[in-house]
Design a protein around this ligand. Structure first.
Ligand SMILES: NC(=O)C1=CN([C@@H]2O[C@H](COP(=O)(O)OP(=O)(O)OC[C@H]3O[C@@H](n4cnc5c(N)ncnc54)[C@H](OP(=O)(O)O)[C@@H]3O)[C@@H](O)[C@H]2O)[C@@H](O)CC1
Ligand SMILES: Nc1ncnc2c1ncn2[C@@H]1O[C@H](COP(=O)(O)OP(=O)(O)O)[C@@H](O)[C@H]1O
Ligand SMILES: [K+]
Length: 501
């Protein structure tokens, strides 16, 4: 699990590494700059392209100067450096790197406060003006320059962090940020890179390791974690010899109504494909033929609008409730009955979440350890309108603790909030998965894992990861535009096998 740090904590890790490795700060800057250049030269191989390196006068600018020198040494011919002398202060490492780069004869221009930006004609802009030292929104000279650079629509590669972008805290709607096609960031992704609001500022992000002290990084107290494949490999369990269907639990999928039976079918199918020993779908009579013809493996428990279905509570290991279920009084009664009679954690999604939003007294009745899987709109219906994802993170953390539940906030980097106030960011999935029914599949996957006796936390982390990974395996190699949920379902056993290999 990679702990994600705030800017302040990254500065602490920086200082710790300098003292304890030990390494001088100028050498650490050189290491970071080399890591940047290593990635850059692999991806921008045309050495005839013109490159302008914009440098502030802090350490981000110091990196920029070192990067310009290293690119010069690698044979990049058309380099120029532009220093923003907007402050009288300059860091020691900036000054050292300035002395070093002067010897290369790469042309250097300085932009003074109040000066019109120099007309920029370079093909590529390397942004090394401000990084993790940003301490206020851009205004004045920086804002003017960044607005100009944004207006000329060049390829921008940010060093560590785009100028003007706060790595933690709320991203305000009117922020001025130098939009980066690519951010090559040091050591680890920054929390705000993983939130949807960053999409308009950062085209894509690459993380390059710079050798900060790993033991120290892992010891820092943070609620934010990034889930990697090695974490998932530790969680996923093998199918054992002599096991039988009873070993892997019996899941009940409570879903579907006449015109949204597809949601129930997707959810139940995903549940079976993820390995539940038995799957039963609690559906209306109108869906029975569809269920029996499309998935003979799955059993049916019929329900009608007028009375509660006859659920044998002890029979089921867990329940996944909500996809295509519909709303209204009968569903309210059904949910209430489940919360009153079934004492194991359940998974609550889609319409079931909306019924809870409309009947807020149900929130406190949700069985402890249960898992809610809202997308952004369902989340806001449940817990109130939010104007930013940072706010949503804080609410998810608070509510997961208060209610003793797990909240899976679905997104590009889906977030799992836990009762012990941690937030885990998933690292798989892609935009080809933005297709109706994909959330129903996720609910089936997680229900299946809970039925197989994974703890709620492991079921959340593993389920979200597998779901996204199956989508990645299908979409990324051939750059598929779209992956349909039913296709993703058939990939799940393959994905799980690879993770266990
Ligand atoms: N561990 C790592 O990851 C490593 C990090 N390294 C690099 O160091 C970078 C961080 O460097 P840094 O701390 O010197 O901060 P940086 O971003 O250059 O800002 C400098 C000054 O800008 C100013 N300023 C702030 N906001 C402003 C505003 N809105 N408008 C105008 N001015 C503003 C502010 O001055 P002040 O406001 O205090 O006068 C501040 O002191 C990091 O991103 C990475 O590139 C590597 O070299 C080595 C390992
Ligand atoms: N752009 C995207 N990048 C990554 N994952 C995505 C993207 N769009 C959707 N997904 C994933 O697909 C699922 C969509 O869930 P949801 O919105 O509930 O769909 P539905 O209600 O249609 O079943 C979520 O797991 C989400 O993480
Ligand atoms: K920068």
């Amino acid at each position: 699990m990679l702990p994600l740090l705030t800017s302040k904590q990254i500065h602490e890790a920086d200082a710790y590494t300098i003292t304890h490795e030990p390494i001088s700060s100028i050498d650490l800057m050189e290491r970071a700059s080399k890591a940047f250049v290593g990635w850059f030269i692999n991806h921008f191989q045309d050495k005839q392209q013109s490159i302008a390196v914009y440098c502030g006068t802090g350490n981000n600018g110091g990196d920029g100067l070192a990067i310009a020198r290293l690119l010069h040494e690698h044979g990049y011919k058309k380099l120029q450096i532009k220093i923003t002398r907007f402050s009288e202060k300059a860091s020691n490492d900036f000054n050292t790197n300035l002395k070093r780069v002067v010897k290369t004869n790469v042309p250097i221009a300085e932009i003074q406060p109040g000066q019109e930006p120099l007309k920029e004609s370079a093909d590529i802009i390397i942004d090394a003006m401000l990084g993790s030292g940003l301490n206020k929104p851009l205004e004045g000279d920086y804002k003017y320059l960044v607005d100009y650079l944004n207006s000329i629509d060049k390829t921008v590669v940010a060093v560590d962090i785009p100028t003007g972008f706060f790595t933690d805290g709320e991203i305000t709607k009117d922020a001025t940020v130098l939009k980066a096609d690519l951010a090559i960031t040091f050591q680890q992704p920054k929390v705000n890179f993983l939130l949807p609001e960053s999409g308009q500022y950062i085209g894509c992000c690459e993380v390059v390791k710079i050798g900060l002290d790993e033991t120290f990084l892992n010891s820092i107290d943070t609620p934010y974690f990034y889930v990697e494949e090695k974490d998932i490999r530790r969680i996923i369990k093998p199918r054992k010899r002599f096991s039988n269907k009873g070993t892997y639990g019996h899941a009940l999928i409570v879903a579907g109504k006449e015109k949204t039976m597809g949601a129930a079918l997707l959810c139940a199918s995903a549940c079976a494909h993820t390995g539940a020993g038995l799957t039963t779908a609690c559906i209306p009579q109108s869906g029975l033929i569809a269920l029996n013809t499309s998935m003979p493996e799955i059993m049916a428990l019929l329900r009608n609008a007028d009375e509660l279905p006859d659920i044998e509570w002890d029979k089921f290991s867990t329940m996944g409730i909500g996809p295509g279920l519909g709303k209204g009084n009968s569903i309210l009664k059904l949910l209430t009955a489940i919360f009153e009679n079934f004492d194991k954690p359940v998974i609550i999604d889609a319409d079931a979440l909306n019924v809870i939003s409309d009947n807020h007294q149900l929130v406190s009745k949700i069985t402890k350890g249960s898992i809610l899987t809202p997308h952004m709109k369902e989340f806001d219906r449940l817990f109130g309108e939010h104007t930013s994802w940072w706010q949503r993170l804080q609410t998810a953390k608070l509510k997961a603790k208060e209610l003793g539940i797990y909240i899976i906030l679905k997104n590009d980097y889906t977030i799992v909030a836990t009762p012990d106030e941690k937030l885990y960011f998933n690292s798989t999935s892609n935009a080809a998965m933005a297709s109706g029914g994909m959330g129903d599949v996720l609910t089936g996957v997680i229900t299946s894992l809970l039925a197989q006796k994974y703890s709620p936390l492991d079921a959340c982390l593993l389920g979200v990861y597998i779901h996204g990974k199956a989508g990645d395996e299908l979409a990324l190699p051939s750059r598929l535009h779209v992956v349909l949920p039913s296709r993703l379902i058939s990939q799940i056993p393959v994905t799980m096998a690879k993770l266990k290999a």
